[in-house]
Ligand binder design. Structure first.
Ligand code: BGC
Length: 713
């Protein structure tokens, strides 16, 4: 038996060894030398092959032949065509053992909010304001995916988005630059871990570079008109931070930037990304974004599209196959071979860093044992509960254990469609429904009747409504984000029947809840929480978890207010920035979320009334848990430059802290604000710290805040 195990694992180890590529690349210098040697042996066709990322389709013989010919560098794997680890090894074997140079393939996949264990959608997770949750969920996803044979994820998406009509708002971390930056960096760290060669790390491809979240009118892939200022202030910073955190790849976007498509934009790709930020990984176009340069009207044929993209700095082409034309473009002198060599070097560098040359295969047994483990489920349950946002509560929550009869109803009560968009390798059959979570988690004394909303004897009705995973996500845009009429009716009828009404909302985007505000006694935003949905909802409803999430988008009163966001600029007549029928305020402001306890803020104080441009201001505030249970509070710090050379946002989030405060206790929360974080872009887009007075606020959301003023000298 022991011998059997030994031989079995030895065989497994042997089959993991590659045919080519001497093992043990020693550091970065060693990698560059190995790349030099490989480049010297590659034909132009093989080089361009490394720049091609076709989509993997099962049993596509032509694709397998191209892999054998060394004409494919990486594969884009999709949810509907996902392979088994064994099949993945077989494909890899063709590249490593049958192609002339034995260069391993890199397998990319959308591991967006989990691989087998699905976590809350990114917008939902951002409501936890907990970067550690972003890191931890990404690390779990990476361990499942890498063991399965996925080397790179097309994630995180750090497209700042302020338009809930746009279906892809669910994939970003909300409307704010700082949140997208911090969550993006945490996700990159979680995916990539300490060491990319680790069997639990994957490469991270941050997307979509850049400005895709601007989505004019909420329409996906619509042209965008983005000024240099908003590019530099709003859309680029999260990418820069992710690149500096080590993201190995960057995906170019579908939109255009002031007339130049993002996938052919030398300013963003070469000047900013590769030169100023010294990004040394590879850029990857989004799906067909290179061939679509023809639709944009900036390339007349496929060869011209390829030439524009590669010259602008797009190293690898996803799905479309225009780069095959580059062989001729180089031979005829329209594209410099140095451009191609640089792009190939970048791809090979990342393959070396990922350890693919030394360890191209995965262990199939390890792969299967690594998926959806109880430990991973526990992370999913915890992060889902931490992401939930309590928008209203007139005292009905938490449901009390001595409640005799309660009912559970609504289209999402027994529905497993709670995984959101990009479900990776997750399965709906693994989802715990709300009904199951409540049945398992309710106090023994409580009777729950499923599916009867308006019975007289029922004192409290829990209604699960919202939107299905198919109503948000890529190309799933809406003109109106108000709850559906039938769901509004359901809430009103339950109230009319005499029940106290608890609404649990499952949603990918901010929704307009105005029509139910007078009828719901409590509203809990659960997002699409992932595999542990029902357990996490039960944890919050029964008070085992005190809700602490806060919105990372402003929720409008009416769809016509969109875009509405807290950091818009001051104007000449703010009072007129409204409509005749609706005022200029959101229904729920950015940063809003209630708790089962109450927090009181007091004694906001500064280390000094003024700071020099090189100095740091220390800000302290006392936060008291004045309620009856322990809780976590997300303390937010905002600033505003009172008089500057250019208009400034009304408020800008500069820092936040999530703190646990036991009931009855007061904690002092401290922030350090270096004056250089108050820099702005002047009229010529140069970064300067201008002297003058600043408003500073600290508080529980972007609206309810303590205020003070300080001066920058
Ligand atoms: C999406 C990307 C995604 C890619 C690969 C595209 O349509 O825009 O976000 O990574 O497909 O699936």
């Amino acid at each position: 038996m022991r011998i059997g195990i030994y031989i079995g694992s030895l065989a497994a180890c042997l089959c993991l060894l590659p045919r080519t590529g001497a093992a043990g690349s020693t550091g970065e210098a060693g990698i560059e030398k190995r790349i030099d040697k490989l480049l010297a042996r590659m034909t132009l066709e093989e080089k361009i092959g490394q720049l091609s990322q076709p989509v993997y389709v099962r049993d596509d013989q032509e694709l397998l032949t191209r892999i054998e010919q060394g004409l494919v560098g990486s594969l884009c794997v999709t949810e509907s065509q996902i392979f088994t680890p064994a099949q993945r090894n077989e494909i890899q074997r063709i590249a490593v053992e049958k192609s002339r140079l034995g260069i391993p393939l890199l397998f990319g996949f959308d591991v967006v909010h989990g691989f087998s264990t699905i976590f809350p959608t990114p917008l939902g997770l951002s409501a936890s304001w907990d970067e550690e949750a972003a890191r931890e969920t990404a690390a779990v996803a990476a361990s499942e995916a890498r063991s399965y044979g996925i080397d790179m994820t097309f994630s995180p998406m750090v497209d700042v988005s302020r338009d809930p009509r746009w279906g892809r708002i669910s994939e970003c971390y909300g409307e704010d630059v700082l949140l997208n930056t911090r969550f993006g960096v945490a996700a990159v760290r979680g995916y990539q871990g300490e060491n990319l060669t680790s069997p639990t790390s994957i490469g991270s491809c941050v997307k979509h570079f850049v400005g895709y979240g601007m989505s004019l009118g909420g329409r996906d892939k619509q042209f965008t008109e983005i000024s240099r200022r908003s590019l530099l202030e709003t859309y680029l910073p999260p990418f820069e931070a992710c690149v500096r955190a080590g993201a190995v790849s960057v995906m170019t976007a579908f939109n255009d930037i002031a007339g130049i498509p993002a996938s052919a934009n030398p300013f963003t790709l070469r000047t900013m990304l590769k030169e100023r930020w010294r990004f040394d990984g590879f850029t990857l176009s989004d799906w067909d974004a290179v061939v679509e340069l023809m639709n944009h009207g900036v390339a007349g044929d496929e060869a011209a599209a390829a030439e524009r993209a590669v010259t602008a700095g797009v190293d690898v082409e996803m799905r479309s196959a225009t780069y095959r034309n580059l062989v001729r473009s180089v031979k005829e002198g329209r594209v410099n071979i140095r451009t191609i060599d640089d792009a190939v070097r970048r791809v090979l560098r990342i393959k070396f860093r990922l350890g693919l040359f030394d360890r191209p295969y995965v262990d199939e047994a390890v792969a299967m044992a690594s998926q959806l483990t109880p430990e991973h489920r526990a992370v999913a349950r915890r992060t889902a509960a931490e992401s939930m946002v309590l928008l209203k509560n007139n005292g009905v929550l938490p449901l009390s254990p001595d409640m005799k009869l309660s009912s559970l109803t609504g289209p999402f009560a027994s529905n497993r469609d709670l995984l959101g968009w990009w479900t990776g390798h997750g399965r709906q059959s693994d989802v715990v429904t709300v009904a199951e979570g409540i049945r398992q988690g309710k106090p023994a004394s409580m009777t729950v009747v499923e599916g009867s909303a308006a019975r007289q004897s029922v004192r409290t009705t829990v209604i699960c409504i919202g939107e299905s995973g198919a109503t948000f996500g890529e190309s799933h845009n809406l003109t109106d984000v108000t709850l559906s009429r039938s769901q509004i009716e359901m809430v009103r009828e339950a109230k009319a029947g005499g029940s106290r009404v608890v609404v649990v909302l499952f949603n990918g985007r901010p929704l307009v809840l105005t029509p139910i505000m007078d009828y719901a006694d409590a509203i809990l935003v659960a997002w699409h929480p992932g595999v542990e949905a029902g357990n996490a909802v039960a944890d919050v409803l029964f008070g085992r978890v005190n809700p602490c999430g806060k919105l990372t988008s402003s929720w409008p009163k009416d769809s016509g207010q969109i875009p509405i966001y807290y950091s818009d600029r001051t104007s000449g007549r703010p009072r007129e920035n409204r409509y005749l029928n609706v005022d200029g305020q959101p229904l729920f402001p950015f940063g809003f979320g209630l708790s089962y306890t109450q927090f009181r803020y007091g004694d906001l104080r500064l280390s000094s009334p003024s700071v020099g441009p090189q100095e740091t201001l220390t800000v302290r505030v006392d936060v008291t848990n004045a309620g009856t249970c322990d809780g976590k509070e997300i303390v937010q710090l905002y600033v505003h430059d009172r008089v500057a050379s250019v208009t400034r946002p009304r408020k800008q989030l500069k820092d936040f802290k999530k703190v646990f405060i036991p009931k009855g206790k007061t904690v002092t929360v401290e922030f350090r604000l270096p004056a250089d974080e108050l820099a702005l872009l002047d009229a010529d887009c140069r970064q300067v710290v201008e002297p003058g007075e600043f408003d500073l606020w600290v508080g529980t959301n972007s609206h309810d805040l303590l205020h003070t003023v300080f001066e920058v000298k």
